[in-house]
Design a protein around this ligand. Structure first.
Ligand SMILES: NC(=O)c1ccc[n+]([C@@H]2O[C@H](COP(=O)([O-])OP(=O)(O)OC[C@H]3O[C@@H](n4cnc5c(N)ncnc54)[C@H](OP(=O)(O)O)[C@@H]3O)[C@@H](O)[C@H]2O)c1
Length: 438
């Protein structure tokens, strides 16, 4: 697998993460050689627009190409895929594994779609497939789940999995600014794309939750089936009410296993300030794994960015190289079983559905009888009110108030809200947030 004891690495994509990987490798390669006896040699970089980029800082021995065919035919031991998207990233990964090369990728969308296929291909080829950077960038959560916590039974995993959403919600919480202003600030600082849809819709967090849950619960999970809500409907006033009940709002991915059933959900939650997750602010990510014996284990750090993501990518490269030396073959088998299709079912409703207390926020044209109407709808479904909160507000034609309810099944809450949406005093559809407490 190696040439003169060297491990030949080829890299697809010289974008944000690709540049970080080359920089870190150039800086740390001598240490990898001395400390671990691993001699990594960057052979080739594929990038469709490398001619337009400054590559003068990259060692002159590295060859560049914009031809996929040339890249696929290049002699290498290990392929790092960092171009993102589905095509040709999928082709690069399958072709490298087919040629019995090890592969490292940061591509969460592809891992959520085809992770099981890739791990099977890697097992057949006796190759290593690393995807640590695909979830929560610089946080080494996949290693922790696959190795450090493998001796315990995992009961649940939840986390702040999208830095863009966390930045926007944190900005709204601290300045009580509106969503669109917080999004504009995130875009001006480079934390949000010009088209932020994938992030703010919860789609990116959903793919990451699918990967994490697959690893934690050994179940094949189709990300499309995960109920997912974005943060677009969260309003500045929700943070005023959240503060009143000693909470804040976070976009969470939550997976809970109960009685061989798995409940998965992505969306904004009201998070009690006593929980550590409430304090993860700005672009930081956090993942909390609940072990049956160890209890909660929380890891927090940079979920994205050139340097932090490169650290995860190169950690996988080093593990792949160690496997070549016979030291890490167990990594493969644990990765392989992690994606095995298991016996857990999705719970989308019914008796075993998860229950939460809920926060309901209304904007209404104020008039007598509104609370009585809402109370009737809740009472018909045996949903108990916990609190009614009303801040003083000058505009009675667009008046916000909040009801919180005691633990209720998601589907019952949704049913009640569907009926509430039809009421003519609403200025906006009611916002429903599950509440997370100790
Ligand atoms: N950015 C992060 O912090 C982060 C964190 C965790 C995971 N990831 C994942 O890491 C991967 C890379 O992300 P990134 O932020 O580095 O993306 P990026 O900045 O857009 O870099 C992608 C690079 O690949 C090139 N490229 C795209 N399609 C190509 C093709 N068909 N052939 C050849 N070159 C192509 C792009 O060229 P152009 O310059 O012409 O577009 C660009 O240089 C993605 O899967 C992403 O989800 C990123």
């Amino acid at each position: 697998m190696t040439k003169n004891g060297k491990i030949r690495v080829s890299l697809a994509g010289l974008g944000t993460v690709g540049r970080g990987v080359v920089r870190l490798l150039e800086r740390e390669a001598p240490r990898y050689r001395e400390r671990f006896g691993i001699d990594l040699e960057l052979e080739m970089i594929l990038d469709r627009s490398y001619r337009k980029k400054d590559t003068s800082w990259i060692a002159s021995e590295v060859r560049f190409t914009d031809s996929l065919d040339e890249f696929l035919a290049a002699p290498s031991d290990l392929v790092v895929e960092l171009i993102g998207g589905v095509d040709p990233a999928d082709q690069i990964i399958r072709s490298a594994l087919g040629a019995r090369k090890s592969v490292v990728t940061a591509n969460k969308a592809l891992m959520a779609l085809y992770g099981t296929d890739y791990l099977n291909l890697a097992a057949e080829a006796d190759s290593y497939l690393g995807f640590e950077a695909s979830v929560a960038g610089g946080i080494p959560i996949i290693q922790v789940i696959n190795h450090s916590l493998s001796s315990d039974q995992v009961l649940g995993v939840r986390g702040i999995l999208n830095g863009t959403c966390n930045f926007i919600l944190s900005a709204m919480a601290s300045g009580q600014t509106e969503y669109k202003d917080a999004l504009a600030e995130a875009q001006s600082l480079g934390y949000a794309e010009s088209d932020p849809t994938l992030d703010v819709s919860g789609g990116d967090a959903r793919d990451k939750l699918a990967i994490l849950s697959t690893l934690c619960f050994h179940a094949a999970i189709d990300p499309e089936k995960i109920p997912t809500k974005g943060i677009e409907e969260v309003n500045a006033v929700d943070f005023v009410y959240a503060e009143r009940i000693d909470s804040t709002i976070k976009l969470l991915g939550v997976a809970t296993a109960r009685d061989d059933q798995l409940c998965l959900r992505v969306g904004p939650f009201l998070v009690d300030n006593s929980l550590l997750l409430s304090r993860i602010a700005g672009v930081l990510n956090a993942v909390e794994v609940m072990g049956a014996t160890v209890g909660p284990v929380l890891l927090s750090g940079s979920g994205a960015g050139e340097g932090p993501t490169a650290v995860s990518v190169l950690a996988d490269v080093l593990r792949a190289a160690q496997q070549g030396k016979g030291a890490a073959s167990t990594l493969l088998s644990s990765g392989e079983t992690a994606f095995r299709i298991g016996d857990l079912d999705f719970v989308m409703g019914g008796e075993k559905e998860e229950t939460y207390p809920f926060y309901l926020r209304f904007f209404v044209k104020d008039r007598p009888g509104i609370i009585a109407t809402l109370t009737r709808i809740l009472a018909q479904r045996k949903i108990n009110i916990d609190l009614v909160l009303q801040e003083s507000w000058s505009d009675r034609s667009n008046f916000p108030f909040v009801i919180t309810v005691e633990p209720t099944r998601f589907s019952s809450m949704q049913e009640a809200v569907e009926e509430m949406k039809t009421l003519d005093f609403n200025c906006l559809d009611p916002l429903v947030l599950p509440i997370l407490k100790e």
